[in-house]
Design a protein around this ligand. Structure first.
Ligand code: FA5
Length: 339
């Protein structure tokens, strides 16, 4: 009798799935009207000797069932905890992945590079840490030139000894570096970081970005420069972009100009960005001084060319109507997320 019930119990135990079915099973076998009590009723009717023997067996069987139920309870508990922990709501909307984006200065630089590439220019690179010769002397700025004043330049001890190095104050040293290794004709632009030891305001940073332009060939004139620079501004800002060339001075160009663009922040009425001038200075330019060609190892008067250096941060400001240059390096995500 016990064996039959044991077999049935084993089968029932296999079907067990949760806490409730476990409890049902306990009632079914150990409850007041359960299988074991049914057997007990029958045992009671037996003779004394048989009763004692069957009683012992029944007791052992009861303990066996209790132990099996206890083990199963442990298993159910672990399984349900696992289920709770690993439960996944597959209908919940997914977490939005954070997607990076380009910095406004990078966006405008990519446009600049594309425009110049389409005009036949190559994009080249140069070092940020320079010798004084490349940054100044080779560009016709001897030791006593005012641009070399300590106010404007960050000097860096040369670990190899000798003269201090400089954090380049402009991208112009790349004119020399490129011409030392290349023969005309060529057209290049050289974008990069430059550094100036000066106070910041809405349009000035001590770490800024420029791109140098250099086109050298026979018979290059100011008219070629004007054509290229006009085309560049029209493409970057649209047909309404207004620029002007203003006579200026750079030791490495002759004649020299400053390129101004009409201030888009105040429609030329005057504001703090353009310092009430109505025009914003975008870059310097001019016809390459023959002294510079000589510094690079060319023969004087053999070549002609124009060079220019524009502020990329300023170009980005006008493009995106950013009224303070310091926002570009400020790292404020509320600002950066707009691009
Ligand atoms: C130069 O740096 C010359 N090397 C440019 C040049 C190249 C002239 C080739 C002739 C031939 P300048 O100091 O004016 O020139 O700087 C050029 C441009 O860089 C400025 O017009 C401006 O747009 C930007 N710039 C200069 N200083 C700052 C600054 N502190 N913050 C932001 N932009 C600046």
């Amino acid at each position: 009798m016990i064996d039959k019930v044991r077999k049935k119990f084993a089968e029932d135990l296999k079907k067990l799935s949760d806490k409730q079915s476990l409890e049902d099973l306990r009632v079914k076998y150990l409850g007041r009207k359960g299988e074991l009590n049914k057997i007990l009723e029958k045992v009671k009717t037996l003779g004394e000797k048989e009763r004692a023997e069957h009683g012992r067996q029944l007791n052992a069987f009861k303990q066996e069932i209790e132990q099996l139920l206890k083990d199963s309870w442990q298993k159910v508990k672990t399984a349900s905890r696992q289920l709770a922990e690993e439960w996944l709501d597959i209908t919940a909307p997914g977490a939005k992945p954070l997607v990076g984006h380009w910095h406004p200065r990078t966006l405008v630089l990519r446009e600049i590079e594309n425009i110049f590439k389409s005009l036949g220019f190559s994009v080249v690179d140069g070092p940020e840490l320079e010798t004084q010769w490349y940054n100044f002397e080779a560009l016709n700025m001897p030791k006593d030139h005012p641009a070399r004043d300590m106010q404007d330049t960050f000097y860096v001890k040369n670990p190899a000894g000798g003269e201090d190095l400089v954090l380049r104050t402009h991208t112009s040293p790349n004119q020399i570096r490129f011409m030392e290794k290349n023969e005309p004709p060529f057209r290049i632009i050289v974008p990069g970081k430059v550094f100036r030891n000066e106070a910041t305001d809405a349009s000035h940073e001590y770490q800024l970005h420029q791109f140098e332009g250099l086109m050298v060939d026979k018979n290059i004139s100011v008219a070629n420069f004007k054509a290229i620079v006009d085309e560049f501004f029209q493409r970057l800002y649209g047909p309404k972009a207004k620029i002007r060339l203003r006579p200026s001075f750079f030791p490495f160009t002759e004649p020299s100009f400053e390129v101004d663009m009409a201030c888009v922040f105040c429609d030329q009425k005057g504001c703090r960005v353009c310092k009430n001038a109505g025009w914003l200075e975008m870059g310097g330019a001019g016809m390459v001084n023959q002294f510079v060609f000589e510094s690079a190892g060319y023969v004087r008067n053999e070549w002609q060319g124009f060079a220019f250096g524009f502020g990329i941060d300023r170009l980005a400001m006008l493009k995106y109507h950013i009224n303070d240059i310091r926002l570009l390096t400020g790292g404020d995500m509320r600002f950066l997320k707009q691009f």
